[in-house]
Design a protein. Structure first.
Length: 606
């Protein structure tokens, strides 16, 4: 889960802009950073630093004495091979230092290739798979840069985004992509850029090209060409959407808090032109294309927070459409025997839009002729270009590593899809219209919750004394309990577990302790009385309980009030309550909320 930035130009403020790029992409997660600069005479300078970009900035300001460099490459690394050290930081070079490269993702057959090179007397200075690729370039050098790269690509197996340069070809740069995101962009002044993420390019590039798997982009002086699987092609050139890329925390302390508060307006944005609340109809283009389909089974595939969104949708689909709905974890699903037929729809979801595990299973299913649908937050992402149907969540750039507004945008979008499928089957008009009506009120009800932030913080202050938590819920609240437990772990590093409330008596009661609070999601739905019984079980053993409900629950030690709605809509409200609680707990504990340790925004390795 590394991130690549590279460009060719001759601007005098290049150093400042390159560091700005790195700082803009800190939210993606990393544990070391570096930059490497050179010119056509191959005067070079390499600076590495572990942990924060700020450490790299200090080194750059001290060590780079001139700005007369034409080529600049920067990189943030999240360790997959080798310890978090400066030596393991990129760029990696060949033994004779003729070839330098940066690499994202993992070369799966690197060990075999490394042993073959060692048998040919190659020496390796450190532990990464990337160094193997650099030495392969030396071993198979043909005295033609592009031909050499193509030869090496035929030897390595899965997967990479690479930017490669060489002392032997100082006017050239080559970028290749297979599996890992990489964007090529340029400005009117013929400055060339590569980035793993559009966010870093805002206000610098005018045009961009999304590279596809198998693409090789070769720069020579002021010209470039693209080959796909060794055949020359042209790719669609798109305008840079600056408004959607430029982000700021404004006056919020953290991006997480800002994005929690953005949720009401994001939901309104999702509704725009898609839901006609006056006539109870939906007009999303993705649904029009599915009008004649007759799916009988839905399989949901996702990871992390997105998987939790799918668990909620499975409840909606089964209860509203009576269709069979299965949820699968992407990293495991690939290894199952998967049945594909015309009556099954495989639906994917990803907050980051480049999740490696999900992309791989999607490709496998497409090769088998499966019908696929993706709910995605980036219009022209790898994922959206591979599916039959896709729905854009309109969440905007989510900067902090864990997910809040993306989750809410996902469950809003998938409820719309569930309602579309339900109306095609046998959901009664009265029930359908009631859900649509209550859905229209969600933004306002969330705003009411956000107004309680100061009171929620007082509860969070009390909860910071605990190290372990239980999250409990029933029916639609089970996925919310699971997602809330995940949020607390991600940003506070406190241990938590989730269970359906009915499972308490089967074994979790053995762990009851007055030092382990229980958070019970207990809105006034069809299982409210059963949840009250669960509270009685807990209180009989002197356990601390926080209830999140639209009714006052007398036996609870703490209560957080939400507005009344219907069963299908409560998850929107209970999820936001715990987002705020988790944020305040982590903030009081002085955690690095926007960049939790060991996590990355996009999991681009398997």
């Amino acid at each position: 889960m590394c991130w690549i930035f590279a460009y060719k130009w001759s601007k005098t403020d290049a150093q400042k802009i390159l560091l700005h790029w790195l700082q803009r992409l800190e939210y993606r997660g990393y544990d070391s950073a570096w930059l490497f600069v050179w010119n056509e005479n191959w005067d070079t300078q390499l600076i590495r630093s572990v942990w924060k970009v700020s450490s790299l900035v200090e080194k750059v300001n001290k060590e780079i004495q001139t700005l007369d460099f034409t080529f600049w490459i920067a990189h943030t690394r999240r360790a997959t091979h080798g310890w978090i050290t400066e030596n393991n930081s990129h760029p990696h070079h060949s033994m004779n230092k003729d070839f330098y490269l940066v690499h994202n993702w993992i070369i799966e057959n690197y060990h075999k290739l490394k042993q073959e090179l060692i048998s040919k007397w190659y020496k390796f200075y450190w532990e990464t798979d990337s160094e193997v690729v650099a030495n392969l370039l030396q071993q198979y050098d043909t005295w033609n840069f592009l031909t050499t790269v193509e030869k090496v690509l035929s030897l390595i197996r899965w997967a990479y985004a690479l930017v490669i340069v060489s002392t032997k070809y100082p006017w050239e740069m080559i970028a290749v992509r297979l599996g890992s995101p990489l964007i090529f962009a340029y400005s009117q002044s013929k400055d060339f850029y590569f980035s793993s993420d559009q966010q870093a390019l805002a206000w610098y590039a005018d045009k961009l090209i999304y590279l596809d798997d198998g693409d090789i982009l070769h720069i020579q002086s002021d010209n470039y060409q693209i080959k796909s699987w060794w055949i020359k092609i042209s790719r669609e050139i798109e305008d840079m959407d600056l408004e959607s890329l430029e982000v700021s925390k404004w006056d919020y302390k953290h991006f997480m808090l800002k994005e929690i508060y953005e949720q009401p307006n994001i939901i309104r944005r999702i509704f725009k032109w898609r839901v006609d609340f006056n006539n109870y109809t939906m007009n999303a283009e993705a649904f029009h294309g599915m009008q004649n389909e007759n799916f009988q089974k839905i399989v949901f595939v996702g990871c992390g927070t997105s998987y939790n969104a799918w668990l909620l949708w499975a409840y909606w689909i089964q209860n509203l459409t009576w269709m069979q709905a299965d949820c699968e974890i992407a990293s495991e699903y690939e290894y199952k025997n998967i049945h594909v037929d015309d009556q099954t729809l495989f639906v994917f979801i990803s907050q980051s839009w480049e999740t490696a595990d999900s992309i791989e299973i999607l490709k496998l299913l497409k090769n088998r002729g499966a019908h696929t649908f993706w709910i995605v937050n980036v219009v022209w992402s790898t994922i959206s270009r591979l599916t039959d149907y896709w729905l854009f969540t309109r969440a905007g750039a989510e900067i902090w590593v864990a997910s809040t507004k993306a989750f809410t945008a996902q469950i809003t979008s998938i409820l719309l899809l569930a309602l579309f499928l339900a109306k095609k089957r046998w959901l009664g008009k009265a029930k359908y219209d009631k859900i649509i009506t209550e859905l229209s009120k969600v933004p306002t009800k969330i705003e009411d919750i956000l107004e309680q932030s100061s009171n929620i913080r007082k509860i969070a202050q009390d909860f910071t004394q605990y190290k372990n938590f239980f999250f409990l819920g029933r029916h639609y609240q089970v996925p919310i309990a699971r997602e809330s437990s995940l949020k607390l772990k991600e940003i506070s590093y406190l241990h938590s577990e989730f269970y359906p409330s009915g499972e308490l008596k089967h074994w979790p009661l053995a762990l009851i302790d007055k030092n382990i609070p229980s958070i019970l999601f207990s809105p006034n739905d069809l299982l409210f009385e059963k949840n009250v019984s669960s509270i009685q079980e807990i209180k009989a053993r002197d356990w601390i309980v926080l209830s999140i409900s639209d009714k006052q629950i007398q036996n609870s030690d703490y209560n957080i009030k939400i507005n009344q709605t219907i069963d299908e809509i409560y998850p929107f409200l209970t999820a936001v309550v715990w987002q705020l609680l988790a944020y305040h707990i982590a903030d009081i504990l002085w955690k690095d909320i926007d960049k939790p340790r060991n996590l990355a925004k996009s999991v681009t390795v398997k």
